[in-house]
Every structure is written in structure tokens, then in C-alpha cells.
Write a protein that binds this ligand. Structure first.
Ligand SMILES: *Cc1c(COP(=O)(O)O)cnc(C)c1O
Length: 324
């Protein structure tokens, strides 16, 4: 899964790396333009478009050899304009987003003769929270495959949370979050390594006096003389503004609390208690510093969302690099 710029990691960088691995069969993106970007940057393995296709987008699919996931009768009609007629068929077994229903199978069957069904899939809506519901989804998917009477090369249902469930008739998985090193739920039984760190460097350091108001609107007032560092990383970089006065960065392996409002381009942190802090020093926003570590999940918990949203929210302005 390299949709949403590989969950914020840079889809080209990630796909180039993954493409060299034998067990990677295909790349999945949400939109045709995401697929085009990969093709224009040297990705030659299969690319699936998961988010549905509009009729005016068929040309891009033909031009860049992208495979659509077809999920309703309108999509199936549009897909007749595909040069190679190669598609994956998606069934809705409980998500109520994209996908045909089990009841549609009879009507679909005769229409499939025109196509090469390379894959059949469904999407698990609650693999991270609901065992019974998930098992029922997989059961229904199996029933659909039996009724469909096609022999696709790929059968897939499992996302990151879903890989802990058995699907013995599936032969590939669509793994996103876990591949990037973040657990989809608390007791995830697979050990993971975080792929991306998010770092900045101190741009300025100054002293503030007792009573000084720090940042916009004075939501933090210094109770004592403090030393603060200005970090050029703000909400436009993907740091949720709601972390203002509630979170910290890591500097020299120590916590540097965020003071006052996070601004668009900068955040002010308290480094009074941290020794030997200099301009240009590394600031860790996500990742490790000394024996401390901050994950996307940690930040998501504070602001009340999921790690996915923080991860793919790291904005374009933040330079992605392989070893830096
Ligand atoms: C995003 C997505 C996935 C991957 O989900 P993760 O939880 O990140 O592993 C799999 N399938 C579909 C249809 C998706 O949209």
C-alpha cells in the first residue's frame, strides 16, 4: 500500500525500494494520478487503483498501464474502455464503502466474460477491533468466491490488522500501516520497526523572563526565567496545533515541552532543563533520541485520532530523504 504518498513517506522512494523485493507483487494507490506518478518514476510492477475510476480517467489507466479495482456496475461499464480489460473485482462484505454485494454475483457473472479478472478482493472494516465481525466478513468473501466461479491470480482481503486472521484461500495481503512500522492495535503480535523519523533543527535560542507570554495569544505565561528554543516545524508541516501546551519534542535525549500555541511554521519549546543546547541541534518530533522514543501513535493518542492521520499528514514541505 503506497497510497497517500506512501502514508506520507514518499511513494516513489518507498516503491523503488519495495520493487526490488521478490515477494512484492503489486503496488496499491488510491487514484490514477498517484499511479501515474509511480510509472513516471520507474515503477514497473503492477499498480492497482483502489479508489474507483471516473470515465474521464480511463485514458490515464490505458496510457500508464494501471489496473482498476472495479466495485459497481457503473465502474464495470467504464472498464470496457480499458485496452487490456484487466481488472480486480471488489466485494463489500461489511465496510459499506466500495464493492459489489454477494447478491450481485448472479448479475455480474455473465458480464465478466469480457474481462481478465486478475484479482478478487474485499476490505475488512473492523479487523483491529471486532473478531466476530471480521471472521464473518472473511466467511462471506469465501462464499462469494465459490459462487463467482472465476480463478483469479490474486485473492486478497487482509490489511495490517487483518493479517492476524486466517484466510487460507487468500494468497496476497494489502499491508500498509504495519509495513511502515506502526501497530494497527495495541497487542499486535508482530514486531515492527518504525520506518520514518521526523526531525528538525533548532533555528534560534532565547531567554524569556518571568511573566512573559510565549507565542500567539498568551496561552503560556512563564512562571520563572526560561531558556526556549525555536524549532522551524509547525502545523503546516503536519504537527497538529492541538498539541499546543500538551506535548514535547526530544532534544539531546530529553523532553522539551511545547510552550504556547504551535504556529504555522514554528514551535517554541522549553530547553531550560536540557544541558548543552545549541542552534542547529537535532530536534526529534517522531522517532528516537537517546533512550526516548515518540511514535505516530503517541501523538495520535494525545489529539484523539489514529496514527494513520498523523503519518499521512506530514506535509509536502518536509523534505523526505533516505539517510539523513
Ligand atoms: C488503506 C487500505 C489498506 C491498508 O490498510 P492498513 O491498515 O494500512 O494496512 C488495505 N486495503 C484497502 C482497500 C485500503 O484502502
Amino acid at each position: 500500500m503506497v497510497k497517500a504518498d506512501a502514508y506520507g513517506h514518499n511513494a516513489v522512494l518507498v516503491s523503488k525500494y519495495l520493487q526490488e523485493l521478490d515477494f512484492i507483487e503489486s503496488f496499491c494507490v488510491a487514484t490514477p494520478l498517484e499511479g501515474k506518478e509511480l510509472r513516471e518514476n520507474g515503477i514497473f510492477k503492477n499498480i492497482l487503483i483502489l479508489g474507483g475510476v471516473l470515465k474521464e480517467e480511463i485514458e490515464i489507466l490505458n496510457q500508464y498501464n494501471l489496473i482498476p479495482v472495479i466495485s459497481d456496475f457503473n465502474q464495470l461499464e467504464i472498464a470496457r474502455k480499458l485496452k487490456n480489460r484487466k481488472i480486480h473485482l471488489k466485494f463489500d462484505t461489511g465496510m459499506r464503502r466500495l464493492g459489489f454485494y454477494l447478491e450481485n454475483v448472479d448479475k455480474i457473472k455473465p458480464l465478466l466474460k469480457e474481462f481478465e479478472i486478475e484479482g478478487v478482493l474485499t476490505h475488512l472494516s473492523s479487523a483491529d477491533t471486532d473478531r466476530e465481525y471480521t471472521i464473518n466478513q472473511i466467511k462471506e468473501f469465501k462464499e462469494i468466491l465459490n459462487l463467482l466461479d472465476v480463478k483469479p491470480k490474486y485473492i486478497h482481503a487482509q490489511n495490517s490488522a487483518g493479517v492476524v486472521y486466517e484466510c487460507d484461500f487468500c494468497n496476497v495481503i494489502r499491508v500498509g500501516l504495519a509495513m511502515y512500522g506502526e501497530k494497527p492495535f495495541e497487542d499486535y503480535p508482530i514486531e515492527l520497526k518504525q520506518v520514518m523519523s521526523v526531525k528538525s533543527k533548532i533555528i534560534s535560542i532565547k531567554d524569556v523572563k518571568t511573566g512573559d507570554r510565549v507565542s500567539y495569544n498568551g496561552s503560556f505565561v512563564a512562571k520563572k526565567p526560561m531558556k526556549v528554543a525555536i524549532v522551524p516545524f509547525g502545523y503546516a508541516d503536519g504537527l497538529p496545533r492541538s498539541l499546543s501546551n500538551r506535548w514535547f519534542f526530544l532534544v539531546n535525549g530529553k523532553e522539551a515541552p511545547i510552550l504556547g500555541k504551535i504556529t504555522m511554521d514554528m514551535t517554541i519549546v522549553d530547553v531550560s532543563e536540557i544541558e548543552n543546547v545549541n542552534i542547529g541541534d537535532e530536534v526529534v518530533i517522531i522517532g528516537e533520541s537517546g533512550d526516548k522514543r515518540i511514535t505516530f501513535g503517541d501523538i495520535a493518542n494525545i489529539v484523539g485520532t489514529i496514527s494513520y492521520e498523523i503519518m499521512c499528514g506530514i506535509s509536502k514541505r518536509v523534505v523526505r530523504c533516505e539517510k539523513c
